[in-house]
Design a binder for this molecule. Structure first.
Ligand SMILES: Cc1cc2nc3c(=O)[nH]c(=O)nc-3n(C[C@H](O)[C@H](O)[C@H](O)COP(=O)(O)OP(=O)(O)OC[C@H]3O[C@@H](n4cnc5c(N)ncnc54)[C@H](O)[C@@H]3O)c2cc1C
Length: 372
């Protein structure tokens, strides 16, 4: 087999985006996954393309990535099952409304379409919401995709550009410029990109990524009853490293007319089983905002393990000590949104181009002193 320039381990949305990006920039890429493309966490999440702004660097990565999503969706919207539904960040009280307004101002300053909505306007905009909410912020350009379809499509793009794939093949070990498959076969490459989602720490023990569990449920089809993704302003309040259960309503209208209901964040849970008590709390939080949900039929529930880091930032860049290993992992609950931006930033670094955004907050170097 011809030695590839780059092996990408992991064909989730992050690895597939990196592989397609590097191939498009002239590197010969081999993309490997133990599963099918998009069959990991990418198949478990909500697929909300959403700008988050907890920090300036998070906002930078989101905006970079969403611009690239626009390019991709200009020709692939159908494949991605894209709907530009926008997000309503719903405030239940005046304190949440103040946070929502601050978010609208931050996003608007960066040229992103975000506007405050009064309680009355909210009731007209989304009649399924309960009465008496304080207000909201509407982020009009946010949207929804079906992430595993995008990962599969990107793997197809890679092949169309001359790259190679090997699926159903587990990588047992990563070395500086080489991988060893579970079968014992060793493949050398110029560089190795490890994009193995929550499994990255098994391959690279000095990159600490841990699973943060979320529960989801989906209804039968109820078309035209919800037009925005509705998210409580309480969403995303889990403290990094906390083992507490954080629950906040997050309800998404799917292109099928189904409602996808999330979500919660839970650390320190080693198994992926649905916990009926946790699921009940997720549903109760959603019903508290959207009372008609109580009469809708839930047809399936499942969990997903977000690949989290202790500082809440993904890990993008060169391994702290091994110059031919690169990491693209740890995107927690934002890896779909930030996949294309991650691919662009990683390619900038690998090809020694001027980085599109400041890479320092994401550097694997920040773990150089963390004991394995
Ligand atoms: C409940 C929930 C809701 C979410 N909602 C959203 C959302 O609305 N918006 C958003 O932007 N993000 C969301 N996310 C986050 C998003 O889904 C993840 O950040 C993203 O899918 C991570 O992609 P990944 O490619 O890094 O990981 P994965 O999709 O897990 O891909 C890693 C791949 O590596 C492969 N792999 C692992 N180990 C090996 C090995 N040894 N050998 C070979 N292959 C290997 C796996 O098979 C897998 O395919 C959500 C996540 C969850 C759990």
């Amino acid at each position: 087999m011809k030695r590839p320039d780059v092996i990408v381990v992991g064909a989730g949305i992050v690895g597939a985006a990196c592989a397609a990006e590097l191939q498009a920039l002239g590197r010969d890429v081999l993309l490997i996954d133990r599963n099918t493309p998009g069959g990991g966490v990418t198949a478990a999440g909500m697929g909300h393309l959403v700008v988050l702004d907890e920090t300036d660097d998070e906002l930078d990565l989101c905006l970079l990535s969403l611009a690239r999503w626009d390019d991709y969706l200009s020709t692939r919207a159908d494949i991605a099952e894209h709907v530009r539904c926008g997000t309503l960040w719903v405030a239940e009280d005046e304190a949440q409304l103040a946070h929502a307004r601050a978010r609208a101002e931050r996003l608007a300053r960066r040229g992103w379409d975000a506007a405050g909505v009064s309680g009355d306007e909210l009731a007209r905009m989304e009649p399924a919401l309960r009465a008496g909410l304080a207000g909201a912020v509407r982020v009009a350009r946010d949207g929804v995709v079906y992430p595993p379809a995008v990962a599969r499509d990107l793997a197809g793009t890679l092949v169309a550009l001359g790259g190679r794939t090997r699926f159903g093949t587990a990588v047992a070990r990563v070395d500086d410029g080489a991988i060893t498959l579970a079968s014992g076969e060793r493949i050398d490459a110029g560089d190795v990109v490890v994009a193995a989602g929550p499994a990255v720490t098994r391959l690279l023990p000095d990159i600490p990524v841990f699973p943060r569990k979320g529960h989801l449920a989906i209804t039968a089809r109820y078309p035209n009853r919800l037009s925005h993704q509705v998210v409580s302003m309480a969403y995303g309040q889990t403290e990094a490293g906390s083992d507490a259960l954080a629950v906040a309503a997050n309800v998404q209208p799917r292109i099928t007319g189904q409602w996808l209901i999330g979500s919660c964040r839970q650390d320190g849970i080693p198994h992926a089983d649905v916990d009926p008590r946790v699921l009940a709390r997720v549903l109760r939080a959603a019903i508290a905002l959207l009372p008609c949900l109580a009469d809708m039929k839930i047809i399936r529930s499942w969990t997903g393990m977000r690949p989290a880091t202790y500082d809440g930032r993904p890990v993008i860049g060169q391994h702290p000590t091994l110059a031919r290993i690169w990491v693209a992992a740890g995107h927690e609950g934002l890896g779909v949104t930030t996949a294309f931006g991650t691919a662009q930033l990683l390619a900038d670094l690998m090809l020694d181009r001027r980085p599109s955004i400041d890479p320092a907050p994401y550097s694997p170097m920040r773990f150089a002193h963390v004991p394995a």
